[in-house]
Write a protein that binds this ligand. Structure first.
Ligand code: HEM
Length: 358
């Protein structure tokens, strides 16, 4: 009896085990194939994230969005805007610098060179003066000559280094290679910054020394309106209307370029990065306009009006040149006329005619 009940209990346990095993196998049979679907879905998502990274939402995108909107954080660096990681105005600045500025500036400079060349071809270059009699009149002092070449040479050095910094990546990397350009760009930056400081001194001295010769008057207006700039010989004093216009271009552009340049060497004066960027754009545009205008001056001083270079090299000019280009001034200084052989009268004798605007 007891033996029979033991057998019944054992067979029930066996049945329960069989039932549990059957259930396990049934559940496993349904779940295991599902894992295949999960695997395929994960694999597809990973592949999409790799081929279309933009489809992924960057969990840090809010942080970067805030940073771009000039949100302030904390920084150990001192100075205005030091706590701002980045500004979207930087991108706007980059687009102006790489877009319109880099596109129109070379065109403008090429156009100015083309205009000067065309003028040379049409006018046939500067006219020949009457044979020189050997009589000379003093025009510029040694100080004036030194000042002119100090400013002019620095101007050209600043133009070359400034343009190298602006267009170097596009123009010089293909020529010098990345390492060569890096070395040249570093040298350009230093020459531009230190040379700029000396140039400012030159511009100030030029304004102080030469303003008295360049006060505009009615004769200059007539000279400009009647086409003096196109080679017509019209009455002119010590400086004609064109030279006075060039002088005032130098004063205006010189002040703007000098002030914006000094400010950039001292960036702490800017209240924001946007003002710094605006300042740089103004500096570059005015400097490039000034450079283009200087081509006209260089042409007139060399090919356009033969004999002019004597003024800024020897300090005196032939009486024939003076009569043709500055007749009213010649009448004032003809009593200082001297023979070319008598070189001792040259140079600082040029101080004599500084009798004010003529
Ligand atoms: C490198 C080429 C240059 C040459 C060959 C040159 C030549 C001359 C000459 C010959 C004169 C005397 C004109 C006269 O007595 O009637 C003169 C005057 C002058 N130059 Fe230049 N120059 C050059 C570059 C520059 C540059 C780059 C600047 C300014 C950044 C400049 C500014 C002046 C000024 C302000 C005057 C006096 C005009 C006045 O007082 O109205 N020159 N130049």
């Amino acid at each position: 009896m007891e033996k029979q009940s033991k057998q019944t209990t054992r067979s029930r346990k066996t049945l329960r085990r069989i039932a549990v095993m059957t259930l396990f196998v049934a559940v496993a049979a349904m779940v295991v194939p599902l894992s295949g679907y999960v695997y395929v879905a994960v694999a597809q998502e990973t592949e999409q994230a790799q081929t279309q990274p933009w489809a992924e939402t960057n969990p840090r995108s809010d942080v970067w969005r805030q940073a771009r909107q000039s949100t302030e954080g904390r920084s150990v660096i001192q100075g205005p805007g030091a706590n701002v990681v980045m500004t979207s105005s930087g991108e706007t600045f980059r687009q102006i610098r790489m877009g319109p500025l880099s596109t129109y500036a070379p065109w403008y400079l090429a156009l100015m060179i083309g205009a000067v060349a065309l003028f040379f071809i049409i006018s046939g270059g500067g006219e020949k003066l009457a044979a020189e009699s050997g009589k000379r009149v003093p025009r510029w002092s040694k100080f004036d000559i030194a000042l002119h070449w100090f400013v002019a040479i620095l101007f050209l050095v600043l133009a070359i280094t400034g343009l190298s910094l602006l267009f170097g990546r596009a123009v010089l990397i293909p020529l010098l290679g990345p390492e060569g350009f890096a070395a040249w760009a570093l040298a350009s930056k230093n020459i531009h910054n230190y040379g700029g400081a000396f140039f400012v001194v030159g511009v100030v001295l030029m304004i102080v020394a030469w303003t008295r010769y360049n006060i505009p008057n009615g004769t200059d207006v007539k000279w400009l309106l009647k086409g003096g700039a196109f080679g017509k010989h019209l009455p002119a004093g010590r400086m004609n209307g064109g030279e006075k216009a060039w002088f005032w271009v130098n004063v205006g552009a010189g002040i703007i370029v000098s002030v914006t340049g000094i400010m950039m060497i001292n960036p702490q004066v800017f209240e924001s990065r946007e003002l710094f960027q605006l300042n740089l754009i103004v500096h570059a545009i005015v400097a490039i306009l000034w450079l283009g205008a200087s081509f006209g001056h260089m042409y007139m001083a060399t090919l356009g009006a033969p004999g002019s270079m004597d003024a800024m090299t020897k300090g005196h000019v032939s009486s024939e040149w003076a009569k043709v280009h500055h007749d009213l001034w010649y009448d004032e200084v003809k009593d200082q006329e001297f023979r070319a052989e008598d070189e001792t009268r040259s140079g600082d004798a040029g101080r004599q005619p500084s009798t004010g605007p003529a």
